[in-house]
Design a protein. Structure first.
Length: 430
Protein backbone atom coordinates (compact mmCIF):
# COMPACT_ATOMS: atom_id res chain seq x y z
CA UNK A 1 0.00 0.00 0.00
CA UNK A 2 1.22 3.50 -0.79
CA UNK A 3 2.91 4.99 2.27
CA UNK A 4 1.94 8.64 2.63
CA UNK A 5 2.29 11.51 5.09
CA UNK A 6 -0.65 13.62 6.17
CA UNK A 7 0.95 16.74 4.70
CA UNK A 8 0.91 15.05 1.28
CA UNK A 9 -2.77 14.06 1.30
CA UNK A 10 -3.81 16.81 -1.16
CA UNK A 11 -1.64 15.04 -3.77
CA UNK A 12 -3.35 11.66 -3.42
CA UNK A 13 -7.07 12.42 -3.43
CA UNK A 14 -9.01 9.42 -4.70
CA UNK A 15 -6.19 6.97 -3.90
CA UNK A 16 -5.97 4.28 -1.25
CA UNK A 17 -2.97 5.04 0.99
CA UNK A 18 -1.43 4.08 4.32
CA UNK A 19 -0.71 6.64 7.03
CA UNK A 20 1.50 5.84 10.03
CA UNK A 21 0.91 7.78 13.19
CA UNK A 22 -0.55 8.11 16.65
CA UNK A 23 -4.08 8.52 18.02
CA UNK A 24 -4.74 12.15 18.78
CA UNK A 25 -8.44 11.86 19.46
CA UNK A 26 -11.51 9.76 18.69
CA UNK A 27 -15.26 10.09 18.92
CA UNK A 28 -18.07 7.72 18.19
CA UNK A 29 -21.61 8.07 16.88
CA UNK A 30 -23.09 4.57 16.67
CA UNK A 31 -22.39 2.94 13.31
CA UNK A 32 -19.57 5.28 12.54
CA UNK A 33 -16.55 6.52 14.50
CA UNK A 34 -13.92 9.12 13.88
CA UNK A 35 -10.24 8.98 14.61
CA UNK A 36 -7.97 12.01 14.53
CA UNK A 37 -4.54 10.78 13.60
CA UNK A 38 -1.32 12.77 13.87
CA UNK A 39 1.88 11.75 12.12
CA UNK A 40 4.26 14.65 12.79
CA UNK A 41 3.40 16.36 9.50
CA UNK A 42 -0.19 17.16 10.41
CA UNK A 43 -3.52 15.93 11.72
CA UNK A 44 -6.25 14.24 9.74
CA UNK A 45 -9.67 12.79 10.31
CA UNK A 46 -10.22 9.10 9.62
CA UNK A 47 -13.74 7.76 9.41
CA UNK A 48 -14.58 4.15 10.26
CA UNK A 49 -17.98 2.92 9.00
CA UNK A 50 -19.43 -0.30 10.42
CA UNK A 51 -20.42 -1.90 7.13
CA UNK A 52 -17.20 -1.00 5.35
CA UNK A 53 -14.62 -2.69 7.60
CA UNK A 54 -14.24 -6.11 9.26
CA UNK A 55 -15.77 -6.32 12.75
CA UNK A 56 -12.38 -6.52 14.50
CA UNK A 57 -11.39 -3.22 12.92
CA UNK A 58 -14.68 -1.55 13.79
CA UNK A 59 -14.46 -2.81 17.38
CA UNK A 60 -11.02 -1.25 17.87
CA UNK A 61 -12.79 1.95 18.84
CA UNK A 62 -13.29 0.62 22.34
CA UNK A 63 -9.58 -0.19 22.85
CA UNK A 64 -7.71 2.64 21.19
CA UNK A 65 -6.10 4.91 23.73
CA UNK A 66 -4.66 8.38 23.29
CA UNK A 67 -1.18 8.12 21.64
CA UNK A 68 -1.56 4.48 20.59
CA UNK A 69 0.55 3.90 17.49
CA UNK A 70 -1.06 2.62 14.33
CA UNK A 71 -1.01 2.32 10.56
CA UNK A 72 -4.29 3.10 8.85
CA UNK A 73 -5.16 2.30 5.27
CA UNK A 74 -8.00 3.97 3.46
CA UNK A 75 -9.36 6.08 0.63
CA UNK A 76 -8.43 9.77 0.60
CA UNK A 77 -11.51 11.96 0.12
CA UNK A 78 -12.10 15.69 0.08
CA UNK A 79 -14.25 16.59 3.06
CA UNK A 80 -14.92 20.29 3.63
CA UNK A 81 -16.21 19.63 7.15
CA UNK A 82 -12.95 18.00 8.29
CA UNK A 83 -10.22 20.13 9.91
CA UNK A 84 -7.74 19.98 7.05
CA UNK A 85 -10.33 19.57 4.28
CA UNK A 86 -9.59 15.87 3.73
CA UNK A 87 -10.48 12.63 5.40
CA UNK A 88 -9.49 9.01 5.13
CA UNK A 89 -12.25 6.43 4.67
CA UNK A 90 -10.76 3.52 6.59
CA UNK A 91 -10.37 0.06 5.10
CA UNK A 92 -7.88 -1.36 7.56
CA UNK A 93 -6.14 -0.48 10.84
CA UNK A 94 -2.98 -2.13 12.11
CA UNK A 95 -2.21 -1.42 15.77
CA UNK A 96 1.49 -1.30 16.69
CA UNK A 97 1.02 -0.60 20.37
CA UNK A 98 -1.90 0.29 22.59
CA UNK A 99 -0.55 3.14 24.69
CA UNK A 100 -0.76 3.08 28.48
CA UNK A 101 -2.86 5.81 30.01
CA UNK A 102 -1.21 8.98 28.71
CA UNK A 103 -0.07 11.35 31.45
CA UNK A 104 -0.77 14.53 29.49
CA UNK A 105 -4.46 15.16 29.04
CA UNK A 106 -6.52 18.05 27.70
CA UNK A 107 -6.83 19.54 31.17
CA UNK A 108 -4.43 22.23 32.38
CA UNK A 109 -1.14 20.94 33.73
CA UNK A 110 1.45 22.85 35.74
CA UNK A 111 4.75 23.80 34.11
CA UNK A 112 6.84 21.57 36.39
CA UNK A 113 4.75 18.56 35.44
CA UNK A 114 4.99 19.37 31.74
CA UNK A 115 8.74 19.90 31.97
CA UNK A 116 9.14 16.55 33.77
CA UNK A 117 7.29 15.04 30.84
CA UNK A 118 9.09 17.06 28.21
CA UNK A 119 9.80 13.89 26.22
CA UNK A 120 6.04 13.49 25.76
CA UNK A 121 5.02 17.15 25.88
CA UNK A 122 6.91 17.68 22.58
CA UNK A 123 4.07 15.84 20.84
CA UNK A 124 1.42 18.37 21.78
CA UNK A 125 0.19 20.81 19.19
CA UNK A 126 1.83 23.99 20.45
CA UNK A 127 5.16 22.39 21.30
CA UNK A 128 5.21 20.73 17.90
CA UNK A 129 4.54 24.11 16.28
CA UNK A 130 7.47 25.62 18.19
CA UNK A 131 9.77 22.81 17.02
CA UNK A 132 8.79 23.48 13.43
CA UNK A 133 9.34 27.23 13.74
CA UNK A 134 12.70 26.66 15.44
CA UNK A 135 13.71 24.49 12.52
CA UNK A 136 12.69 27.19 10.03
CA UNK A 137 14.60 29.87 11.97
CA UNK A 138 17.75 27.73 11.89
CA UNK A 139 17.32 27.02 8.19
CA UNK A 140 16.78 30.70 7.46
CA UNK A 141 19.93 31.72 9.34
CA UNK A 142 22.02 29.12 7.57
CA UNK A 143 20.58 30.07 4.18
CA UNK A 144 21.25 33.74 4.85
CA UNK A 145 24.94 33.13 5.43
CA UNK A 146 25.30 30.47 2.75
CA UNK A 147 23.65 32.75 0.17
CA UNK A 148 25.93 35.63 1.13
CA UNK A 149 29.24 33.86 0.59
CA UNK A 150 29.99 32.88 4.19
CA UNK A 151 31.87 29.65 4.84
CA UNK A 152 30.70 27.45 7.71
CA UNK A 153 33.73 26.64 9.87
CA UNK A 154 32.95 24.56 12.94
CA UNK A 155 34.52 25.65 16.21
CA UNK A 156 35.46 23.36 19.13
CA UNK A 157 33.31 22.65 22.18
CA UNK A 158 36.25 21.89 24.50
CA UNK A 159 38.46 24.92 24.90
CA UNK A 160 41.24 26.26 27.08
CA UNK A 161 40.02 29.82 26.53
CA UNK A 162 37.65 32.02 28.46
CA UNK A 163 35.58 34.12 26.12
CA UNK A 164 32.61 35.66 27.90
CA UNK A 165 33.73 35.96 31.52
CA UNK A 166 34.94 33.52 34.11
CA UNK A 167 31.79 33.46 36.23
CA UNK A 168 29.76 31.38 33.79
CA UNK A 169 32.36 28.76 32.85
CA UNK A 170 31.66 25.05 32.92
CA UNK A 171 34.84 23.23 33.81
CA UNK A 172 35.68 19.67 33.01
CA UNK A 173 38.65 17.43 33.67
CA UNK A 174 40.63 16.88 30.47
CA UNK A 175 43.39 14.28 30.77
CA UNK A 176 44.95 15.91 33.78
CA UNK A 177 44.23 19.46 32.66
CA UNK A 178 41.18 21.69 32.92
CA UNK A 179 39.05 22.28 29.86
CA UNK A 180 36.04 24.53 29.55
CA UNK A 181 32.88 24.06 27.55
CA UNK A 182 32.69 26.76 24.92
CA UNK A 183 30.85 29.99 25.75
CA UNK A 184 31.14 31.19 22.16
CA UNK A 185 32.97 30.19 19.00
CA UNK A 186 34.08 33.75 18.40
CA UNK A 187 37.82 33.55 19.04
CA UNK A 188 38.11 30.64 16.62
CA UNK A 189 35.82 32.43 14.18
CA UNK A 190 38.32 35.27 14.08
CA UNK A 191 41.02 32.83 12.99
CA UNK A 192 38.68 31.34 10.40
CA UNK A 193 37.72 34.80 9.05
CA UNK A 194 41.40 35.47 8.34
CA UNK A 195 41.42 32.25 6.29
CA UNK A 196 38.12 32.52 4.40
CA UNK A 197 37.04 36.18 4.73
CA UNK A 198 33.47 35.65 5.85
CA UNK A 199 32.71 32.76 8.16
CA UNK A 200 30.06 31.55 10.56
CA UNK A 201 29.75 28.84 13.12
CA UNK A 202 26.61 27.32 14.55
CA UNK A 203 26.47 25.13 17.58
CA UNK A 204 25.62 24.73 21.23
CA UNK A 205 27.23 27.06 23.75
CA UNK A 206 27.42 26.63 27.49
CA UNK A 207 27.18 29.15 30.28
CA UNK A 208 26.74 28.38 33.94
CA UNK A 209 24.01 31.00 34.38
CA UNK A 210 23.24 31.10 38.04
CA UNK A 211 20.50 33.68 37.87
CA UNK A 212 17.09 32.27 37.12
CA UNK A 213 15.54 34.31 34.32
CA UNK A 214 13.09 33.53 31.57
CA UNK A 215 15.77 34.40 28.99
CA UNK A 216 18.69 32.24 30.12
CA UNK A 217 19.55 28.61 29.54
CA UNK A 218 22.81 26.92 30.51
CA UNK A 219 23.01 25.29 27.08
CA UNK A 220 21.83 27.30 24.11
CA UNK A 221 22.46 27.48 20.38
CA UNK A 222 24.17 30.40 18.82
CA UNK A 223 24.92 31.29 15.21
CA UNK A 224 27.99 33.51 14.94
CA UNK A 225 29.29 35.26 11.83
CA UNK A 226 32.73 36.86 11.71
CA UNK A 227 33.83 39.10 8.88
CA UNK A 228 37.29 40.33 7.90
CA UNK A 229 37.49 43.97 6.78
CA UNK A 230 34.23 44.87 8.47
CA UNK A 231 33.60 47.83 10.76
CA UNK A 232 30.92 48.35 13.40
CA UNK A 233 28.45 50.00 11.00
CA UNK A 234 28.76 47.19 8.48
CA UNK A 235 28.39 44.70 11.30
CA UNK A 236 25.08 46.31 12.28
CA UNK A 237 23.89 46.06 8.68
CA UNK A 238 24.67 42.33 8.58
CA UNK A 239 22.78 41.90 11.85
CA UNK A 240 19.64 43.72 10.76
CA UNK A 241 19.61 41.99 7.39
CA UNK A 242 19.88 38.60 9.08
CA UNK A 243 17.05 39.39 11.48
CA UNK A 244 14.68 40.65 8.77
CA UNK A 245 15.49 37.68 6.54
CA UNK A 246 14.69 35.33 9.40
CA UNK A 247 11.40 37.08 10.22
CA UNK A 248 10.23 37.14 6.63
CA UNK A 249 11.03 33.48 6.19
CA UNK A 250 9.07 32.49 9.28
CA UNK A 251 6.12 34.67 8.25
CA UNK A 252 6.18 33.09 4.82
CA UNK A 253 6.67 29.43 5.76
CA UNK A 254 5.19 29.05 9.23
CA UNK A 255 1.79 30.72 9.05
CA UNK A 256 -0.08 27.62 10.15
CA UNK A 257 2.23 27.10 13.14
CA UNK A 258 2.13 30.74 14.18
CA UNK A 259 -1.67 30.46 14.12
CA UNK A 260 -1.57 27.40 16.40
CA UNK A 261 0.48 29.49 18.84
CA UNK A 262 -2.02 32.35 18.47
CA UNK A 263 0.87 34.66 17.66
CA UNK A 264 -0.24 38.16 16.64
CA UNK A 265 2.02 38.55 13.61
CA UNK A 266 1.12 42.16 12.76
CA UNK A 267 4.04 43.46 14.83
CA UNK A 268 6.45 41.16 13.00
CA UNK A 269 5.02 42.09 9.62
CA UNK A 270 5.68 45.78 10.24
CA UNK A 271 9.40 45.37 10.89
CA UNK A 272 11.57 47.23 8.38
CA UNK A 273 15.24 48.09 7.91
CA UNK A 274 17.22 50.06 8.84
CA UNK A 275 16.72 49.41 12.55
CA UNK A 276 17.07 52.47 14.77
CA UNK A 277 20.58 52.81 16.23
CA UNK A 278 21.19 54.51 19.55
CA UNK A 279 24.30 54.74 21.68
CA UNK A 280 24.38 53.29 25.19
CA UNK A 281 24.53 56.87 26.48
CA UNK A 282 21.32 57.72 24.60
CA UNK A 283 19.73 54.54 25.93
CA UNK A 284 20.57 55.62 29.48
CA UNK A 285 18.83 58.95 28.77
CA UNK A 286 15.72 57.04 27.69
CA UNK A 287 15.80 55.08 30.96
CA UNK A 288 16.05 58.31 32.98
CA UNK A 289 13.22 59.89 31.00
CA UNK A 290 11.08 56.83 31.79
CA UNK A 291 11.80 57.27 35.48
CA UNK A 292 14.30 54.40 35.88
CA UNK A 293 17.13 54.69 38.39
CA UNK A 294 20.21 53.77 36.40
CA UNK A 295 23.84 54.87 36.57
CA UNK A 296 25.97 55.29 33.43
CA UNK A 297 28.42 52.38 33.50
CA UNK A 298 26.02 49.69 34.70
CA UNK A 299 24.90 46.82 32.53
CA UNK A 300 21.27 46.68 31.38
CA UNK A 301 19.07 44.09 32.99
CA UNK A 302 16.12 42.51 31.22
CA UNK A 303 13.69 45.14 32.53
CA UNK A 304 15.91 47.99 31.28
CA UNK A 305 16.06 46.39 27.86
CA UNK A 306 12.27 46.24 27.81
CA UNK A 307 11.91 49.92 28.69
CA UNK A 308 14.38 50.87 25.94
CA UNK A 309 12.90 48.62 23.26
CA UNK A 310 9.35 49.71 24.12
CA UNK A 311 10.20 53.09 22.59
CA UNK A 312 10.50 51.46 19.17
CA UNK A 313 8.40 49.23 16.92
CA UNK A 314 11.44 47.83 15.17
CA UNK A 315 14.24 46.01 16.93
CA UNK A 316 16.70 48.64 18.18
CA UNK A 317 20.50 48.50 18.01
CA UNK A 318 22.33 49.84 21.04
CA UNK A 319 26.02 50.55 20.46
CA UNK A 320 29.12 51.92 22.22
CA UNK A 321 28.81 50.37 25.67
CA UNK A 322 31.09 51.28 28.58
CA UNK A 323 34.40 49.45 28.14
CA UNK A 324 34.30 48.32 31.76
CA UNK A 325 31.29 46.02 31.26
CA UNK A 326 32.40 44.43 27.99
CA UNK A 327 34.92 41.64 27.22
CA UNK A 328 38.60 42.23 26.51
CA UNK A 329 38.39 41.58 22.77
CA UNK A 330 36.04 44.46 21.92
CA UNK A 331 37.76 47.38 20.20
CA UNK A 332 37.68 50.70 22.02
CA UNK A 333 36.15 53.62 20.15
CA UNK A 334 39.14 55.65 18.86
CA UNK A 335 37.06 58.79 19.60
CA UNK A 336 36.32 57.81 23.21
CA UNK A 337 38.38 55.29 25.19
CA UNK A 338 35.53 54.84 27.68
CA UNK A 339 33.31 53.00 25.24
CA UNK A 340 33.74 49.98 22.98
CA UNK A 341 32.58 49.46 19.40
CA UNK A 342 30.09 46.88 20.56
CA UNK A 343 26.43 46.55 19.65
CA UNK A 344 23.40 44.64 20.89
CA UNK A 345 20.16 44.13 19.01
CA UNK A 346 17.13 44.33 21.30
CA UNK A 347 13.93 42.71 20.08
CA UNK A 348 10.62 44.51 20.60
CA UNK A 349 7.68 43.33 22.76
CA UNK A 350 9.94 42.87 25.78
CA UNK A 351 12.05 40.05 24.34
CA UNK A 352 15.32 41.83 25.02
CA UNK A 353 18.75 41.10 23.60
CA UNK A 354 18.84 38.68 20.68
CA UNK A 355 22.26 39.65 19.27
CA UNK A 356 25.51 40.77 20.85
CA UNK A 357 28.49 41.73 18.73
CA UNK A 358 31.38 44.11 18.15
CA UNK A 359 34.31 45.24 16.14
CA UNK A 360 37.30 43.34 17.56
CA UNK A 361 40.51 44.79 18.89
CA UNK A 362 42.97 44.46 16.01
CA UNK A 363 46.06 46.05 17.58
CA UNK A 364 48.46 43.51 19.07
CA UNK A 365 49.80 45.66 21.90
CA UNK A 366 46.40 46.91 23.04
CA UNK A 367 45.03 43.37 22.95
CA UNK A 368 47.90 42.05 25.08
CA UNK A 369 47.33 44.86 27.55
CA UNK A 370 43.63 43.98 27.81
CA UNK A 371 44.34 40.29 28.37
CA UNK A 372 46.75 41.24 31.16
CA UNK A 373 44.30 43.70 32.70
CA UNK A 374 41.64 40.97 32.80
CA UNK A 375 44.21 38.61 34.41
CA UNK A 376 43.52 35.99 31.75
CA UNK A 377 46.18 33.28 31.21
CA UNK A 378 48.35 34.63 28.36
CA UNK A 379 49.50 31.13 27.41
CA UNK A 380 46.00 30.17 26.33
CA UNK A 381 45.71 33.31 24.20
CA UNK A 382 49.00 33.23 22.33
CA UNK A 383 47.41 31.81 19.23
CA UNK A 384 44.72 34.49 19.41
CA UNK A 385 47.32 37.26 19.59
CA UNK A 386 49.01 35.69 16.53
CA UNK A 387 46.02 36.85 14.50
CA UNK A 388 47.27 40.40 15.24
CA UNK A 389 50.87 39.50 14.39
CA UNK A 390 50.25 38.11 10.94
CA UNK A 391 48.16 40.41 8.79
CA UNK A 392 45.82 42.00 11.30
CA UNK A 393 42.74 43.68 9.78
CA UNK A 394 39.66 45.47 11.09
CA UNK A 395 37.06 42.78 11.66
CA UNK A 396 33.72 42.31 13.34
CA UNK A 397 31.12 39.74 14.14
CA UNK A 398 28.22 38.88 16.39
CA UNK A 399 26.28 36.06 17.96
CA UNK A 400 22.56 35.51 17.56
CA UNK A 401 20.86 33.37 20.19
CA UNK A 402 18.51 30.93 18.48
CA UNK A 403 16.28 30.35 21.50
CA UNK A 404 15.80 34.08 22.14
CA UNK A 405 14.62 34.41 18.54
CA UNK A 406 12.32 31.39 18.79
CA UNK A 407 10.85 32.85 21.94
CA UNK A 408 10.21 36.21 20.27
CA UNK A 409 8.85 34.95 16.95
CA UNK A 410 6.66 32.34 18.67
CA UNK A 411 5.49 34.85 21.29
CA UNK A 412 6.43 32.56 24.21
CA UNK A 413 6.91 33.99 27.67
CA UNK A 414 9.68 31.62 28.75
CA UNK A 415 12.78 30.37 26.94
CA UNK A 416 12.35 26.81 28.27
CA UNK A 417 9.77 26.03 25.57
CA UNK A 418 12.05 27.08 22.71
CA UNK A 419 14.57 24.24 22.84
CA UNK A 420 13.63 20.55 22.75
CA UNK A 421 15.31 19.62 26.04
CA UNK A 422 16.13 22.74 28.06
CA UNK A 423 19.05 22.82 30.45
CA UNK A 424 18.80 25.26 33.32
CA UNK A 425 20.34 25.50 36.76
CA UNK A 426 17.69 23.12 38.13
CA UNK A 427 17.04 20.89 35.17
CA UNK A 428 19.15 18.13 33.67
CA UNK A 429 16.29 15.70 32.97
CA UNK A 430 14.76 14.54 30.77
P1 LIG B 1 22.56 38.56 28.47
O1 LIG B 1 23.03 39.92 28.87
O2 LIG B 1 21.12 38.51 28.05
O3 LIG B 1 22.95 37.47 29.43
P2 LIG B 1 24.95 38.29 26.94
O4 LIG B 1 25.35 39.71 26.80
O5 LIG B 1 25.58 37.44 27.95
O6 LIG B 1 23.34 38.23 27.11
P3 LIG B 1 26.27 37.54 24.48
O7 LIG B 1 27.46 37.06 25.20
O8 LIG B 1 26.35 38.78 23.70
O9 LIG B 1 25.02 37.62 25.49
O10 LIG B 1 25.73 36.34 23.58
C1 LIG B 1 25.14 36.54 22.29
C2 LIG B 1 23.68 36.11 22.27
O11 LIG B 1 23.50 34.81 22.79
C3 LIG B 1 22.75 36.97 23.10
O12 LIG B 1 22.39 38.14 22.43
C4 LIG B 1 21.58 36.04 23.31
O13 LIG B 1 20.74 36.04 22.17
C5 LIG B 1 22.23 34.70 23.42
N1 LIG B 1 22.42 34.29 24.82
C6 LIG B 1 23.38 34.68 25.67
N2 LIG B 1 23.29 34.04 26.86
C7 LIG B 1 22.24 33.20 26.73
C8 LIG B 1 21.64 32.23 27.61
N3 LIG B 1 22.14 32.00 28.81
N4 LIG B 1 20.58 31.54 27.17
C9 LIG B 1 20.09 31.75 25.94
N5 LIG B 1 20.61 32.63 25.06
C10 LIG B 1 21.67 33.35 25.44
MG1 LIG C 1 24.86 36.72 29.71
Amino acid sequence: MKKTYIADLPKVIGEVVTLNGWVYNKRSSGKIWFLILRDGTGYTQCVVVKDMVPDDVFNLEADLTHESSLSVTGLVKEEPRAIEGYELEIKHIEVHQLADEYPISKKEHGTAFLMDNRHLWLRSRKQHAILKIRHEIIRACRDFFDNNGFVLVDTPIFTANVCEGTTTLFETEYFGRTAYLTQSGQLYNEAAAMAVGKTYCFGPTFRAEKSKTRRHLTEFWMIEPEIAYCNLNENMEWAENLVTYMINRVLEKCKEHLDILERDTSKLENITTPFPRISYTEAVKILHKQGEKFKWGEDFGGSHETVISDQFENPVIVHRFPSSIKPFYMKRDPKDENVVLGMDVLAPEGYGEIIGGSEREDDKNILIKRIEEEKLPMDAFNWYVDLRRYGSVPHSGFGLGIERCVSWLCGRTHIRETIPFPRTIYRLEP
